[in-house]
Design a protein around this ligand. Structure first.
Ligand SMILES: [Zn+2]
Length: 276
């Protein structure tokens, strides 16, 4: 830990104590005593605004905790659906000292938007969590939902890989592959068996071919150490993503733990080009 980080962490602890933020306080205290602390940029590129968290609150938290945030908006029926809305979102966030990200949800999204407007975003992250026609009953699966139905795990994995490749090797612009390897709850226990080395390598090769960074998702605790080390060996970059939209923004416990275990350092991280 360098001096600046130490001072920031100490300051965070002090503020944490004042506001009674005991969870963060405990995390910071543990880190202060960990000599194996790696030096990586504290950056969370997966933060959302919501009615519980305004852009001003995100900026305030960034200053208080010494974390750089990237604010994302979904490009989806419930988020941005046209050029005008995309421009309005970018214009609303750009004046603040945070990065501006787009999070489209469906392959093929970019053909509905002007290239010039898309290019104003600092980065584009896409996750593979909404899989159309994902089981033998033709149902769409949202991987994070508790009640997903998978009749045949192997058949699902074939379909899942197709969906991954549509995103990674498709025509849409993408900088970050978000929340990779998360499996539906009903087959989650089979993670080591279903994520074969071959499948992992296929994902890594596809990401490498387009220089796509891998998000380490704090909330979903994916991907695991094995995948991160494989991706690191291939020279891929990483980002931290909390996928938060309320007071939880600022937690990065899993990200920091696994990054330290994998020996990730500054050079392993994707950082958007724009100077904040
Ligand atoms: Zn998100």
């Amino acid at each position: 830990m360098n001096r600046k980080t130490f001072l920031q962490t100490t300051a965070t602890m002090a503020i944490g104590a004042i506001v009674g933020d005991s969870v963060l306080n405990t995390v910071s205290a543990t880190e202060n005593h960990n000599p194996a602390n790696a030096s990586f940029p504290l950056m969370d590129l997966h933060v959302h605004r919501s009615d519980k968290q305004s852009i001003e609150q995100i900026v305030e938290k960034s200053k208080r905790m010494g974390i750089t945030f990237g604010v994302m908006e979904n490009v989806a029926p419930w988020g941005i659906t046209n050029d005008e809305q995309m421009q309005a979102y970018i214009d609303a966030i750009k004046p603040y000292p945070v990065y501006v990200g787009l999070q489209p949800m469906s392959p093929g999204w970019s053909k509905n938007f002007s290239k010039d407007i898309i290019a104003q975003a600092d980065y584009i992250a896409m996750d593979p969590q909404m899989i159309p026609n994902a089981n033998g009953y033709g149902e769409d699966v949202q991987v994070w939902e508790y009640a997903t139905y998978i009749d045949d795990a192997e058949a699902f994995m074939e379909r899942n890989m197709e969906h991954y490749m549509q995103i990674l090797a498709g025509d849409d612009p993408i900088d970050i592959f978000a929340c990779p390897l998360l499996l539906p709850y009903c087959i989650e226990r089979e993670y080591p068996k279903l994520w074969t080395k071959k499948r992992l390598q296929t994902i890594i090769d596809a990401a490498k071919a387009r220089n796509i960074a891998i998000e380490i998702s704090d909330m979903m605790r994916v991907p695991d150490e094995e995948f991160i080390l494989m991706a690191k060996r291939a020279g891929l970059k990483f980002t931290f993503g909390s996928d938060t939209r309320d007071e939880k923004t600022g937690r990065l416990v899993y990200c920091k733990q696994v990054a330290r275990r994998c020996g990730l350092t500054e050079k392993d991280f994707f950082v958007p080009k724009r100077k904040l």
